[in-house]
Design a protein around this ligand. Structure first.
Ligand code: FES
Ligand code: FES
Length: 172
């Protein structure tokens, strides 16, 4: 049985009516046509569906939509626009930190959450934070470089931000 809820998604009010067990990921993709959160495992294990809930990274595939009623949900679509990308989005483009791109939305959202808490993470902190975001393509080195570049973009004009080589190879 469907029951109505009001969500705040990307700073807009959204009224939907869904069963209690419907996941946030289902509502975002199917009801609101926000396709950046991807369905990967559906078990909370791959990170492809990562969004921000009140600024904290969360896996939309295992969260009931009713559980986030009244809270602020942000997807990749809410970060920036094509004309004005979010600095983290721009950094991932500039480091070419994707191959197929399926994991990328989740990785970018995790990075936004990380840099909000730790403005200048070490390679080890980046690897630890992103260890639950599975990238089957193996764009791991570029992802680490992109996080460093994003940290710089958030504080300085882009021209001042040179690429920084990661300290060691590791899965991200
Ligand atoms: S689809 Fe949500 S963690 Fe894999
Ligand atoms: S770029 Fe393809 S899964 Fe990560």
């Amino acid at each position: 049985m469907s029951t109505p809820i009001t969500l705040q998604v990307n700073r807009m009010r959204q009224d939907v009516s869904v069963p209690k067990e419907t996941t946030l990921l289902h509502v975002l993709r199917n009801d609101l046509a926000l396709n950046s959160p991807k369905y990967g495992c559906g078990l909370g294990e791959c990170g492809a569906c990562t969004v921000l809930v009140d600024g904290i990274a969360a896996r939309a595939c295992v969260i009931p939509a009713h559980g986030v009623a009244g809270r602020s949900v942000t997807t990749l679509e809410g970060l920036g626009t094509l004309a004005a990308l979010h600095p983290v989005q721009q950094a991932f483009i500039d480091e070419q930190a994707a191959q197929c791109g399926y994991c990328l939305s989740g990785v970018v959202m995790m990075t936004v959450a990380l840099l909000s808490r730790v403005p200048h993470p070490t390679d080890a902190q980046i690897r630890s934070e992103l260890s639950g975001n599975l990238c089957r393509c193996g764009a791991h080195l570029e992802i680490i470089k992109a996080v460093h570049r994003a940290a710089c973009y958030l504080e300085h004009p882009a021209a001042q931000c040179a690429a920084q080589p990661p300290q060691a190879v590791s899965a991200a």
